[in-house]
Design a protein around this ligand. Sequence first.
Ligand code: UD2
Length: 394
Amino acid sequence: MYEVGGACVMTFTCWFNFLLQTTRLAQAARGHGCESRSTTNQNQTERMSTIRTLIGSVLLLLGILYVYFYAWRSPRSSKHPEPVQYPVAPPVGRLSAAVNHVFHLVAPDHLKYKQPSIVNGRTDVVTLTPWLAPVVWDGTFNPVLLDSIYQSKNITVAATVFAVGKYIRFLKKFLETAEPYFFVGFRVNIYVFTDHPKDVPRVQMAGGRKVVVRSVPSSNRWQEISARRMELIQNLIEEVHDSVDYIFCLDVDSEFHGRWGSESLGGLVAVIHPGYYRDDRGRFPYERRPESRAYVADGEGDFYYCGGAFGGLLQEVSLLAKTCDLNFKADAKEGIEAAWQEESHLNRYMWINKPSKILSPEYLWQDFKPRNPEVRIVRFSGVVKNYADIRPNV
Ligand code: UD2
């Protein structure tokens, strides 16, 4: 733009000089002749005509410059040069692209959204842990902004859900409610692990979303079903690591009631258990026997996290699942089963390996629990169930 403007000014300057020179030459030529009264009048007329031509030229050029700067060029491009965007290095493989996924957040240019405040926010809840991981509550994030950031990354999100034995009855509602609430607008694979593959309900799903069924053996012990999930999750991650970016592991006896989306993405993501989040840590049901590998000593532990919902980047969940599975099996060899099976091991793991994002109890409530005032929205909630009726053992 400036080059063209400069060229216009240069042209005008040359033209003006040329006209000035011509006028001076004509005057000089006339100065050598003998001046009669009539020639003086003629000279004056010529001078006036030259001045008129000059003024006309100046006005014409100013007109051209006005049209160029204010009418032809749009106001935005004349004030705001297009910023340079360095391309993000292309991923070599999905696992090696982890840093880009986590840290590099690109918002679309000119996206309009409510101005964020640095001084006003929620004051009724804690939104940051002492290790500076965000705690996601309603009102702490902008869903439109987050979705547009993560949609441009073209990610695939997986969810695992186990429906073994009589728990198959919960699957239909789980899948039906996941469709309008869980990562809407994203590519989603829901992996269903069941011993009743033929009873998996068909649920209409939007493009890019699918249910994948995996057969698993039945079991006579619910503790084993619950705990075996870590090993199967680990195996699944090995299998899908080239095509999936994030994974969430969810309890089947639950339903979605509100948005669960890109705000939940992070490296290692834990969900606060709805039953204990207002309690002193001395009351958390951690494994308290030192001989278990899930042991958490008195006076230790940050929060009590759910076994029914956790997730994050594939490599993070892989490490968690491997570690919990190994510790669970090593305990089993010594005849120990932690108080809350894999949930106890998960809590021990997250005490040492701090989650990088924490989801508030909005992300796993319990239907039987009256909602507390700080829980403005229940996004996912465990249904009321009769354990004696659905578990293979008591
Ligand atoms: C808690 C946890 C659960 C797990 C368990 C301890 C929450 C909300 N729930 O729930 O995740 O940590 O304590 O082991 O944090 N399952 C079957 N068939 C069975 C039994 C279990 O498929 O016969 C699967 C199913 O996906 C179920 C999950 O295992 O959702 C957990 O079992 P649960 O719901 O009976 O465990 P619960 O309510 O004690």
